[in-house]
Design a protein around this ligand. Structure first.
Ligand SMILES: [Ca+2]
Ligand SMILES: [Ca+2]
Length: 333
């Protein structure tokens, strides 16, 4: 070992002489000592391994490696293994804070709730102008509700209760199980025995009666607009015309029209636009200061929806060529 160590020192010394001799005009004695220490510390003896870290910034910086070769020996083989190494801190930039989602130069039809954003749902409405009940409606009782043009509350057609006798009811139920929480309203008209034969409106209670389980009821001669709210878990809205055991008055029926449900937070037209805060290579802390990156969007796109996005040049708001009308949720930039 003693001779090997002596050889090592000799080799390094000879290397130093060469290095200094070629740059002698640039270094004084103090500088020579610094160079000596650097090279000695980095030298790796033959037969031993050393770990070299290759960073990702800036531009794959590497550590300089030197190998100490004892005098009279040569390097015949050198093996290199490469392993991935996780960065100690993420260089990704995520839109996760309230300020990220509230900063926008374009903000239209999008619900921003400070942790994510979503398109505003469309409003739901039924005006019976098609002349028939869609599959979301179910009819019940001894006589079905129908759509008619004789007595119209709005447009040219209005739903009317079926014809019933004493102690009977006719039921119209709307399935709202896929509709989020919201507020609603509808037009109504009643012509019945006051205080006994009712138009009954029931939220999430299809088995309600003229005297129990209802949210609102009307009897006599009356009409108007009724407003209501419904939670996210509401399954059904039910309208009934229900009579007691005797006496018929007026037209002895009820009508409804123009049912509208507006989601909590507002309604849109199914199209929304939101512009993110600027991100990219030139912005400190928003990814590595390099000319490329990988963008990933954690987006849920319902099967009957379409998701498109554009990438803009933040300096002029122009769409970058090749980055318009994209539908993918991840892209190598
Ligand atoms: Ca109508
Ligand atoms: Ca009655």
């Amino acid at each position: 070992m003693g001779s090997a160590a002596g050889g090592k020192v000799l080799a390094i010394t000879m290397l130093l002489i060469f290095a200094i001799s070629t740059q002698i005009s640039y270094f004084d004695n103090h500088d020579r000592q610094i160079i000596d220490e650097i090279i000695v510390n980095q030298a790796t003896p033959l037969g031993q391994s050393t770990t070299v870290s290759i960073g990702s910034y800036p531009d794959g910086a590497v550590e300089k490696v030197s190998v100490a070769v004892p005098d009279g020996q040569v390097v015949q083989t050198m093996s290199v293994d490469m392993e991935p190494s996780s960065l100690s801190t993420s260089t990704a930039y995520s839109f996760t804070d309230a300020s990220d989602f509230s900063r926008s130069t374009s903000f239209n039809g999008v619900n921003v709730n400070t942790s994510s954003l979503s398109l505003l749902p469309q409003e739901w409405s039924w005006d019976f102008e098609s002349g028939s009940f869609g599959p979301e409606w179910s009819l019940g009782g001894v006589s079905n509700w129908l759509i008619q043009t004789t007595n119209v509350l709005s447009g040219s057609q209005t739903a009317k209760a079926g014809t019933i006798s004493s102690n009977q009811e006719t039921t119209l139920t709307l399935d709202v199980s896929t509709i989020p929480a919201g507020s609603g309203e509808f037009l109504y008209q009643v012509s019945s025995e006051s205080g006994f034969d009712y138009l009954v409106f029931c939220i999430d209670n299809p088995t309600c009666t003229r005297s129990s389980g209802f949210d609102q009821r009307w009897a006599g001669v009356t009409s108007g607009t009724h407003t209501f709210t419904m939670g996210a878990n509401v399954q059904t809205l039910t309208w009934k015309y229900a009579k007691d055991g005797s006496v018929n008055s007026g037209s002895d029926t009820a009508w409804i029209d123009d049912i509208t449900i507006t989601p909590t937070g507002g309604a849109g037209n199914g199209i929304g636009t939101w512009v993110s805060p600027a991100f990219g290579p030139s912005l400190t802390g928003q990814g590595e200061p390099r000319s490329y990156g990988f963008m990933y969007m954690d987006a849920f796109v319902p099967v009957d929806s379409k998701f498109e996005w554009n990438l803009l040049d933040a300096s002029n708001n122009h769409i970058l060529p090749g980055f318009s009308g994209l539908t993918v949720t991840e892209m190598d930039l």
